[in-house]
Design a protein around this ligand. Sequence first.
Ligand code: PLP
Length: 405
Amino acid sequence: MNFNTRLLHEGVKKQPNGATFPPIFQSSAFAQESAEDLAGIFENKKMGYCYTRVANPTITAFEERITKLEGGMASVACASGMAALSMALLNILKAGDEVISSASLYGGTIDLFRDIEAFGINTKYVENNNWDEIEAAFSDRTKVVFAETIGNPCLDVTNIDRLAEIAHAHGVPLIVDNTSATPYLIRAIEHGADIVVNSSSKYINGSSNSISGVLTDSGHFKWDKEKYSILGEYLKFGPMAYIAKLRNGLYRNIGTCLSPFNAYLNVIGLETLGLRVEKQCSNAFLLAKWIEETYPDVIVNYPGLKSSKWNDIANTILDKGYGAILTIRVGSKERAFEIMNNLTIPYILSNIGDTKTLVVHPASTISLHSTEKELEDAGVYDDLIRISVGIEDVEDLIEDFRNAI
Ligand SMILES: *Cc1c(COP(=O)(O)O)cnc(C)c1O
């Protein structure tokens, strides 16, 4: 089956009374028939639900759809993309460990890596796709390699196959943030990623009506007993070790669960992921090409353009499109603000992945607290506008940008 058919039918279990949608189980706890049954669930010997902080049928329905879509073994949905990233990393990291990460990251993730320094976990930043630098960054302490499929807002595309190969040669898993690319453009697990994280607040939900995140384990990584002794007793579950530890450990104990209502909204959004992203990518491509051809003094960055440094990698690893985010450099901060204020269709806000087109000036907002080096790595300049393209009719977007520029 192809993408949209799979989206609607794979991982979808029969619902009570023939319902075509999973009901919202807006219940904190679940009663059992007997004391033995409840004890069985607590001992992981019996399937069932006990408490929504651990699991909930509506959330399971969302997780199962994502697992199928990403081609993984199991998923855990969280209250936000940041929660999912925190869980994905902290599940296997402890004091003294190191992460090797692409320096081109979402600002929130850079902040998270800074926060976990307080727990003795350090991150070595490397230039994305710079294999010599990446190779040289490994030490005995390296426990995770991390990158974004399409860096936000730099829009560099990661050669996931190559990065996974290097990580695996060192016995280390590759964790990928697939938020900007979405499973429509790439199933990172097929390219060797071990754990995939999506901020489902963005394209998966699609209409920006709830914050959430989800991580998916491929089940492929062979955890070395000594190197990943943090997995402890869960190592006996083999490929399930990582997810079993997470669900019975940090996820439950820190309490990063998703609300069942938000899981329900995500299931609605997910059904149109393919249609939306197809249109968003096509709009982004047409808008980027039009701006590049029409305004020689505006520098357009979009992985789908021949002028992009990452066009070749994008052509080899992305299916069906180049993402729906582009950035433009317009000469000065004043001109950037003027153009943003002149636009009538896009919302001025710091989000991506909405059905509606969104614009933001990263330097004065999401990257406000970044150092000079972080700005450079993220490809953020004072005259840069980030555009997250929606599903509007592209003629209207072009007309709006023509008037604004
Ligand atoms: C938005 C975003 C996140 C964080 O997700 P939230 O749902 O806002 O917590 C992480 N990574 C990327 C690439 C993002 O765009």
